[in-house]
Design a protein around this ligand. Structure first.
Ligand code: URP
Ligand code: ZN
Ligand code: ZN
Length: 471
């Protein structure tokens, strides 16, 4: 199958230009661009289909390196399966996800990884990779880390939050970091001071402050800043790069900035919810449960502007979603009367690309090239997929989005494709939407209709964290 994407504006992390893109099979075969040939130079070539991209952007398929399909959490499970979640991702222009496999306490990493492979294989509609959540750090699991790196699962998430669930004490975090110093992997940290948060949360509940709003109150920004600084210092001591997930607060960003200013290989992502939603959304009685995630939504000032500055100045390299959807009815409702029992997590895999285009590019906060960098090229580099993914280049996978930067779209649970009964952005109007989405050369979404196939998504075996070590 040969497809010509004609006359679009190719937007990459490095620059933009008008060109034709020839897709042959699963990869990009040629780019017809001046001075190599006149525009349309590829037009004479025999193809099975031509997609007219005049006036549209042609961007590398977006990559979401932080999703939780079917995550068991808070006494229930995140609702999207690999089928529904990757289909929703594709509608939103995301053609690769990296999801978190979970090691259950007392079981092996292998067991957890096999379980996640079984969930995804035959179900995902676009490509996927895995990180590994480590719940136990001991001699056995440390040895297993090396095997996983060799198998293309080179990153490990540990938590200084959620005591009794995923929490690891400092010595465990440090041992895992020492192991990745040897095996080339990357440690991803959920950095909040969980034990301190639990003290504040217990006090609030004892005082009758049980509404979702108090979830946000209990998790002080300073607790995120302290834990972020601590894990970065531990990584420096171990001599390895570290990646802070779902960074939400200025306090944490200051710790990352400080580390990068002294030359430490510290990296971080933020998520749309921390750029566009705030502590106010947690109010409004139990409705606020729709917005319960950890770290929590912050006050608008000073956090929003600081995060945008971090994205512009490259102290934040990635925008992911932390997609972890729970229905409001029955799932979020588990926490009526005690905010600590609300399952933590928000839906978002479908809306990230458009939210960041509208709130970032259209609002003049970031360039369209930086947008592509944050949603696709940056994650591909940091997570061992570049230039196979995250690039419009000859030889790269033909994961391509023909994006209409002018189209208006209204976000709503009535029309979204995520399997969840609400949207955090209900009724929002955003400018920019994906028209045609290709996954390895196959059109999977066209003009609002799904044309892909369940099970067509493949596991992406990723390389060790070379970019993180060289950056
Ligand atoms: O609230 C969140 N973030 N839920 C998903 C689990 C995690 O900590 O990433
Ligand atoms: Zn987390
Ligand atoms: Zn997460």
């Amino acid at each position: 199958m040969r497809t010509l994407i004609a006359n679009g504006t190719i937007v990459t992390a490095d620059g933009s230009y008008v060109a034709d893109v020839l897709v042959d099979g699963e990869t990009i075969a040629a780019i017809g661009k001046l001075p190599e040939g006149p525009l349309g130079a590829l037009a004479g070539i025999a193809v099975d289909e031509t997609i007219d991209a005049t006036g549209k952007y042609v961007i590398p398929g977006a990559i979401d390196v932080h999703t939780h399909m079917e995550l068991p959490f808070g006494g229930t499970s995140a609702k999207d399966t690999f089928e529904s979640g990757t289909r929703a991702a594709a509608f939103g222009g995301t053609t690769t996800i990296v999801d978190f496999a979970v090691q259950s306490r007392g079981k092996s990493l292998r067991d957890g990884l096999d379980t996640w492979h079984a969930k995804a294989e035959g179900n995902a509609v676009v490509d996927y990779g895995f990180h590994m959540i480590m719940s136990d750090v001991n001699d056995d699991t440390l040895a297993e880390m090396d095997t996983l790196v060799a198998e293309g699962v080179p990153d490990f998430k540990l938590f200084t939050a959620y005591p009794g669930v995923f929490y690891s004490p400092d010595d465990h975090v440090f041992r895992a970091m020492q192991q990745t110093a040897k095996n080339g992997g990357l440690i991803m940290m959920h950095a909040e001071n969980g034990p301190a948060i639990d003290v504040v949360a217990a006090r609030l509940v004892a005082d009758g402050k049980t509404d979702p709003y108090y979830h946000g109150v209990a998790r002080y920004p300073i607790f995120e800043g302290e834990a972020t600084n601590r894990v970065i210092r531990l990584a420096e001591a171990a001599g390895v790069p570290v990646y802070i997930v779902h960074l939400s607060a200025k306090d944490a960003l200051d710790a990352v900035r400080g580390a990068r200013d002294r030359g430490a290989p510290a990296f971080a992502e933020t998520c749309p919810q921390y750029l566009f939603l705030s502590l106010d959304d947690l109010g409004n009685g139990f409705e606020g449960a729709k917005f319960v995630c950890s770290p929590p939504l912050r006050e608008k000032d000073p956090h929003w502007e600081e995060l945008w500055r971090g994205l512009v100045k490259d102290d934040l390299q990635v925008v992911s979603t932390d997609h972890c959807p729970f229905d409001f009815h029955e799932q979020k409702e588990l926490g009526r009367g005690d905010f600590r029992k609300i399952p933590n997590g928000l839906p978002g895999v479908e809306d990230r690309v458009d939210l960041l285009h509208d709130g970032g590019v259209i609002q003049g906060r970031i360039s369209r090239e930086r947008w592509v960098d944050l949603i696709s090229t940056g994650p591909a580099k940091l997570f061992g997929m570049y230039p196979r993914k995250g690039a419009i280049a000859v030889g790269s996978d033909a994961d391509i989005v023909v994006y209409d930067p002018g189209r208006m779209r209204t976000i709503s649970a009535k029309t979204h494709h995520m399997d969840v009964d609400y949207s955090c952005y209900e009724g929002w109007s955003v400018q920019g939407a994906s028209d045609v989405v290709l996954s390895r050369g196959t059109v999977v979404v066209r003009d609002g209709a799904f044309t892909g196939t369940r099970g067509a998504g493949r596991f992406v075996k990723r390389s060790a964290a070379d970019y993180a070590r060289l950056a």
